[in-house]
Write a protein that binds this ligand. Structure first.
Ligand SMILES: NC(=O)c1ccc[n+]([C@@H]2O[C@H](COP(=O)([O-])OP(=O)(O)OC[C@H]3O[C@@H](n4cnc5c(N)ncnc54)[C@H](O)[C@@H]3O)[C@@H](O)[C@H]2O)c1
Length: 151
C-alpha cells in the first residue's frame, strides 16, 4: 500500500526526540523523505549532539525510508537557510515544515530570569520561523503547510 505522504518532502525540527522523532518516523513510514533536524541538547537547551539526529535518520533509512540529518540550532539563520536548501538538494522539494524543536524552562513569569526568557524566545519564536520564513525566498518547489508545536 502506498503511504499518504509518498513523494512528499518534510523538514522536522527537534526531530531526534519526543514529538518530533515520532513525527519523523511516522512521516517516513507514510512515504515522505525527511530532513531530521535536532541540535541534540539537554532538556534545558544546554549542550549539542548531532549524533541524535544522525541516529534517527539512520533508523529511518534502515527501515527502508529516506532521511538525512541536520544538527543545527534552529535559532541560527544559517540553519534556517540550510533547512530549506537541504530538502531541495537531497530530495527535490520541500512540502511540509514541522517545528517541534523546543526547550523547557519550568518557571513562572515571576521566577524566570531574563536569560531564561531570552532563551525561550530565541528557540520558540525565532526558531519556529527559522526555516518557515525562508521558504518563499527559495526558487525551488515549496508548497504545503507549516505545523508548529510549542508551549
Ligand atoms: N511533550 C509535551 O507534553 C508538550 C506539550 C506542549 C508543547 N510541547 C512542545 O512541543 C515541542 C516538542 O516537545 P517534546 O516533548 O517532544 O520535547 P523534547 O524535549 O522531547 O524534544 C525537543 C527536541 O528539540 C531539540 N531542540 C531544542 N532546542 C533546539 C534548537 N535550538 N535547535 C534544534 N533542535 C532543538 C532537542 O534537542 C530535543 O530533541 C516543544 O516545543 C514543546 O515545548 C510539548
Amino acid at each position: 500500500m502506498t503511504g499518504v505522504l509518498e513523494g512528499r518532502v518534510a523538514v522536522v525540527t527537534g526531530g531526534a526526540n519526543g514529538i518530533g522523532a515520532a513525527i519523523c518516523r511516522r512521516f517516513a513510514a507514510e512515504g515522505a523523505a525527511v530532513v531530521v533536524n535536532d541540535l541534540g541538547g539537554g532538556t534545558d537547551g544546554s549542550g549539542a549532539d548531532a549524533g541524535r539526529a544522525v541516529a534517527v535518520a539512520a533508523e529511518i533509512r534502515a527501515a527502508g525510508g529516506r532521511a538525512v540529518a541536520d544538527g543545527g540550532d534552529v535559532s541560527d539563520t544559517a540553519t534556517g537557510t540550510r533547512l530549506v536548501e537541504t530538502p531541495v538538494h537531497e530530495f527535490g522539494g520541500l512540502a511540509v515544515v514541522v517545528n517541534a524543536a523546543g526547550i523547557l524552562r519550568d518557571r513562572m513569569i515571576f521566577n524566570m530570569s531574563d536569560a531564561e526568557w531570552d532563551d525561550v524566545i530565541r528557540v520558540h519564536l525565532r526558531g519556529h520561523v527559522s526555516a518557515s520564513a525562508r521558504r518563499p525566498r527559495t526558487s525551488a518547489p515549496s508548497a504545503g503547510p507549516t505545523a508548529t508545536s510549542g508551549s
